[in-house]
Design a binder for this molecule. Structure first.
Ligand code: FAD
Length: 159
């Protein structure tokens, strides 16, 4: 199996899209990520997976905090900004949840303190202890097979 085939196969797992944000010495840094899942209910833990080349990696290691912002269907541009897919710096306004930077308009904002980190291959898994959460009624942005989708455009499957 080559890298392309592995990526293609993993891309068949439809996900939401998040922006992970952290703050170090007053500077907020964000990165688009879909490697996110809930880990534990008691205590409330989540996990994110950050590539070794990502600039945000050392920032989270130092700050020991991060937020996960689950993007809404109308926030594709933010996903592209924080994935470095749009040229030039764009001004992005953050608000605060539990003192940590979060993106307004997200479906869910999750504020975390790093409780553990594990290096696995070329990624680092950060376990986040959830310190606060904010939910809205917005529809989520979907990522599947390298493309952005919205639930509205998908056929509803009735069970
Ligand atoms: P940079 O390249 O420095 O930042 C990325 C972009 O965000 C830059 O354009 C920068 O200008 C902008 N930016 C950062 N902070 C701000 C700010 N405060 N205001 C305005 N703009 C700002 N990679 C992973 O490691 N794990 C994943 O789970 C993952 N999932 C992904 C899912 C999707 C759908 C996509 C499209 C990409 C994913 N990536 C993932 C890749 C990752 O988003 C890119 O490699 C990213 O560019 C790496 O960011 P960086 O930390 O190196 O920071």
């Amino acid at each position: 199996m080559d890298d392309r085939q592995f990526r293609q196969a993993m891309g068949k797992f439809a996900t939401g899209v998040t922006v992970i944000a952290t703050e170090l010495e007053g500077d907020i840094h964000g990165m688009t990520a879909n490697a996110f899942m809930s880990v534990s209910l008691d205590p409330k833990l989540v996990v994110i997976s950050i590539g070794e080349k990502a600039k945000i990696l050392n920032k989270i290691k130092e700050s020991k905090i991060f937020t996960v912002n689950i993007l809404a269907a109308d926030q594709q541009e933010l996903s592209m900004i924080f994935a470095g897919q749009l040229k030039g710096h764009r001004e992005v306004v953050f608000e605060r949840l539990d003192g940590k930077p979060v993106l307004p308009g997200s479906v869910v904002q999750v504020a975390c303190e790093v409780s553990a980190e594990h290096v696995e291959g070329d990624h680092t898994l950060f376990i986040g202890k959830v310190t606060d959460i904010h939910l809205s009624d917005a529809e989520p942005l979907i990522f599947y097979s390298g493309k952005y989708l919205s639930l509205e455009k998908l056929e509803t499957v009735t069970i």
